[in-house]
Write a new protein. Structure first.
Length: 128
């Protein structure tokens, strides 16, 4: 789990807009199948990313983005942000399931690369 939902779990923000699931490229096909069984695949609004496997779903009215081989493009350069199992910082329990949470420090860097200054400021204000 990353992005705004990660910040919500960690108490940086009061709400989130969608669920961002980071998976390894090797797990992307399997995860896509699971998500298809739970909701509907949506047209992609990928933006300026070079993510290898990006899919958008709606599940129970919630937007869910699945990213396998996450990569950000900035100033013509591709930044590889592929999920590594060692980057799981901790777990949150949701309905009795352990949900892996990505590193806030990494997401601060990703937000900086994306030019999302407001998110960087939120993280900087509270600290990592």
């Amino acid at each position: 789990m990353g992005a705004s939902l990660l910040l919500w779990f960690k108490g940086y923000v009061d709400d989130f807009h969608d669920v961002d699931l980071l998976v390894t490229v090797g797990d992307a096909e399997k995860m896509e199948g699971i998500l298809r069984s739970m909701g509907s695949l949506q047209p992609s609004t990928r933006g300026s990313y070079a993510t290898k496997r990006f899919r958008e779903f709606t599940i129970d009215g919630v937007d869910v983005d699945m990213m396998g081989g996450y990569a950000i493009v900035r100033d013509g350069r591709v930044y590889d942000c592929e999920l590594e199992p060692s980057q799981v910082a901790e777990y949150a329990e949701v309905y009795g399931e352990r949900v892996p949470l990505h590193s806030v420090a990494l997401w601060r860097r990703y937000y900086e690369l994306m030019g999302r200054d407001e998110k960087v400021a939120i993280i900087d204000q509270k600290g990592i």
